[in-house]
Design a protein around this ligand. Structure first.
Ligand SMILES: [Zn+2]
Length: 238
């Protein structure tokens, strides 16, 4: 039934279109006699836009429907109106596409920003050269002695520290710690590592988590597993 109705309305539309075309041809050929003067362009534009403000009983509608000049102008305006609508639809479609692309970019940016922040979590490489550093073994006798020592600095971050040990350091297992004072008890951070090197140059590499450390003065200590004596170097956490 619905199919039949649909077919019927399609057939009716075709008939309407045919009648309209026949009428248009007659008008454009000048075989009709329009009544009254030609209405202004604004009026014809309203008709072309099928504005609801235009009453079909308006004598200007009857004139336009029978005047070859008005009919030509009407057809022109209608095609302009239709292409403008097509452009609007196209613009809206392009706008939608751009929005989708923008959304995808944001999503993918967020996607890549996650591993990027994970990269931030990766240890920052730092090198501390203690090859010529003096050391403190036990408490310094005065502040001048302390300030004469080479001060090293590390950021308050997760750092991967490579320490070039003082010359003639022994190879082997080391404990590296960051302490508040010259005591290995309760270090802020520490790690165990085996030194690598040859001859008079030994170095150790260790990860130290200093993210919870407040900036200030600390000590960096190195302790050889067999020596058990700790060497302290003034350390600034920035
Ligand atoms: Zn006219």
């Amino acid at each position: 039934m619905l199919m039949k109705l649909h077919w019927f309305s399609r057939a009716e539309d075709r008939l309407d279109a045919w009648v309209t075309r026949q009428h248009q041809e007659r008008v454009l050929d000048g075989r009709t006699a329009p009544v009254g003067p030609c209405p202004d362009d604004a009026f014809l534009e309203s008709v072309a836009r099928q504005s609801k403000q235009i009453a079909l009983s308006d004598p200007r509608v009857d004139h336009a429907a029978n005047c070859p000049v008005c009919m030509r102008r009407l057809l022109e305006l209608r095609s302009q109106h239709q292409s403008r609508r097509r452009r609007l639809v196209f613009t809206a479609a392009v706008g939608c596409c751009l929005l989708i692309v923008a959304a995808l970019v944001v999503v993918s940016w967020r996607g890549t920003s996650t591993p990027r922040s994970a990269d931030n979590m990766a240890a920052i490489p730092e090198t501390i050269d203690l090859s010529n550093a003096g050391t403190l073994r036990g408490l310094p006798s005065n502040s001048a002695e302390l300030s004469s020592l080479q001060s090293v600095s590390l950021p308050a971050a997760l750092v991967k520290v490579k320490i070039i040990l003082p010359r003639y350091s022994r190879p082997g297992q080391y404990t590296v710690a960051v302490t508040r004072d010259q005591s290995v008890n309760d270090p802020l951070a520490h790690g165990n590592t085996t030194s690598i090197g040859s001859g008079d140059r030994e170095e150790v590499s260790v990860d130290l988590d200093l993210r919870k450390s407040r900036p200030g003065s600390y000590f960096l200590s190195t302790t050889h597993e067999q020596d058990q004596a700790s060497y302290y170097y003034p350390l600034q956490i920035k």
